[in-house]
Design a protein around this ligand. Structure first.
Ligand code: DX5
Ligand code: ZN
Length: 224
């Protein structure tokens, strides 16, 4: 299986007054990460579907929507219908069987992702993960950009990698939170495929160079 690392800059660290330009500044990224927060599932509030639709219309990069919201069953399919490449819901927020959301997302044309907070064990979701395309392992507590990477989440990344490599799951392993030049190698060596980076990309003088640097570091660490 091809394992070239995917870099997903997070718009959470962009200038919200210039979202079109900010999406174009990362045109060489693989996915553009779009953090939806509802001030209930997490304490912060960001943007929702109308802003996603506006960004989608101008972004050169496919959108990776990370829904940190309650009742994701109700809202997630709208992001898929609006053309997101991947839509991720939090396992902790699902009221019913997360497999139903995955079915709705795939039927609406996107990939389906399941996110786990740092304290949520992977083992509880092994029976639902076969119908998901991405597994988002949160490497910080969801809610804010610019937090410190939690290395204690790496065993979960390693376990997910092992399940994929042994054919028990078929999905991309994504990490989100505190990913930068100091931490990406650990996450890559543990087996992540997709690397979300907010402050490390948008906080850099040259986001395109930051993306290329992170991609090269991840690729080298995965081979090593
Ligand atoms: C946090 C968000 C992240 C955030 C990452 O809840 O899910 O996507 O943008 O930001 P950094 O890379 O700055 O930790
Ligand atoms: Zn995110």
């Amino acid at each position: 299986m091809s394992r070239s690392p995917l870099i997903a800059p997070s718009l959470l660290s962009a200038d919200f007054a210039r979202l079109a330009e900010e999406s174009q500044r990362v045109a060489d990224a693989d996915w553009l990460h779009f953090d939806v927060m509802d001030a209930h599932f997490v304490p912060n509030l960001t943007f929702g579907l109308p802003v996603m639709q506006a960004v989608r219309a101008v972004s050169p990069v496919p959108l990776d929507c990370h829904l940190m919201i309650e009742a994701p069953e109700r809202w997630a399919p709208g992001y898929a219908e609006a053309g997101a490449r991947n839509v991720t819901v939090h396992a902790e927020a699902c009221e019913g069987d997360p497999r139903a959301v995955a079915r709705d997302l795939r039927a609406a044309g996107s990939l389906a992702g399941l996110a786990l907070k740092p304290g949520t064990p992977l083992e509880e979701y092994l029976d639902v993960l076969p119908v998901f395309d991405t597994l988002l392992v949160m490497t910080v507590e969801p809610g804010f950009g610019g937090q410190r990477f939690l290395a204690e989440t790496l065993p979960k990344v390693r376990r997910a990698r092992e399940l994929v490599d042994t054919g028990h799951l078929t999905l991309l392993v994504e990490v989100d939170g505190g990913i930068n030049t100091d931490t990406i190698e650990q996450a890559a060596a543990a087996g992540a495929d997709v690397f979300v980076a907010g402050s490390a990309v948008y906080g850099a003088d040259d986001p395109a160079r930051a993306i290329a640097g992170l991609r090269a570091q991840a690729a080298a660490a995965r081979q090593g």
